[in-house]
Design a protein around this ligand. Structure first.
Ligand code: GLN
Length: 207
């Protein structure tokens, strides 16, 4: 199997930290700024930053429709913080359309000003010990999830902060900032599984 290639949307925000994490895992990582750079990707990360800026730039660079289509076709996509807002079917306070791919309802800046940045250790489904040290920076919450969505992590008060729907992942926090690569490995594992499924599908298809 060729090496997995993960694109990181590099319009705004902390894409460089994601690229460094991926390269640390030995995964090929490329910055995506133009539609042509989406070709051949096995997965895409939408980083944290400012969701209003990222959605604006998605339109300016004509990326919104091609990324949405790839997501619908099953490309694994992971949104962190602002990226989760960009990925969500429902998001509060956006002044333009986002990708509307993942069946989650996200509330921007839901922790308010006083506590808009904090850290918490989370139990993440499937990760085991130790807990995942999560950094929240003016983070959104996932206020609701659709029936096909698995909740991966909650805060102590029950607030959902990580979820998965098939090949789509959303985290309210920033795993690219703490050196714990388990979410990055999860995304790569989803991409590898999709590769295998597609190869098996091609072999099974009549000649
Ligand atoms: N508050 C930002 C937004 O609403 C998200 C912050 C972040 O990505 N750290 O887009």
């Amino acid at each position: 199997m060729d090496a997995i290639t993960v694109g990181v949307l590099a319009l705004q925000g902390d894409f460089a930290e994601h690229i460094a994490m991926l390269r640390g895992l030995g995964v090929a990582a490329v910055e995506v700024r133009l539609p042509a750079q989406l070709a051949g990707l096995d997965a895409l990360i939408i980083p944290g930053g400012e969701s209003t800026t990222i959605t604006r730039l998605l339109d300016i660079y004509a990326l919104r429709e091609p990324v949405r289509r790839l997501g619908e076709e099953g490309l694994p996509i992971w949104g962190t913080c602002a990226g989760a807002i960009v990925l969500a079917k429902q998001a509060s306070d956006l002044d333009r359309p986002n990708l509307a791919l993942m069946d989650i309802d996200v509330r921007r800046n839901a922790f308010g000003r006083q506590v808009d940045s904090f850290e918490e250790d989370l139990e993440v489904a499937g990760f085991g010990a130790p807990p995942f040290h999560a950094v929240f920076i003016r983070a959104p919450i996932i206020a609701g999830v659709g029936p096909g969505v698995d909740v991966l992590a909650r805060l102590g008060d029950g607030t959902i902060v990580a979820a998965r729907e098939g090949t789509l992942l959303a985290t309210s926090f920033h795993p690219e900032l703490t050196g714990d690569a388990r979410f990055h490995r999860l995304l790569v594992g989803i991409a590898e599984a999709r590769r295998r499924e597609r190869a098996a599908g091609r072999r099974a298809a009549p000649a």
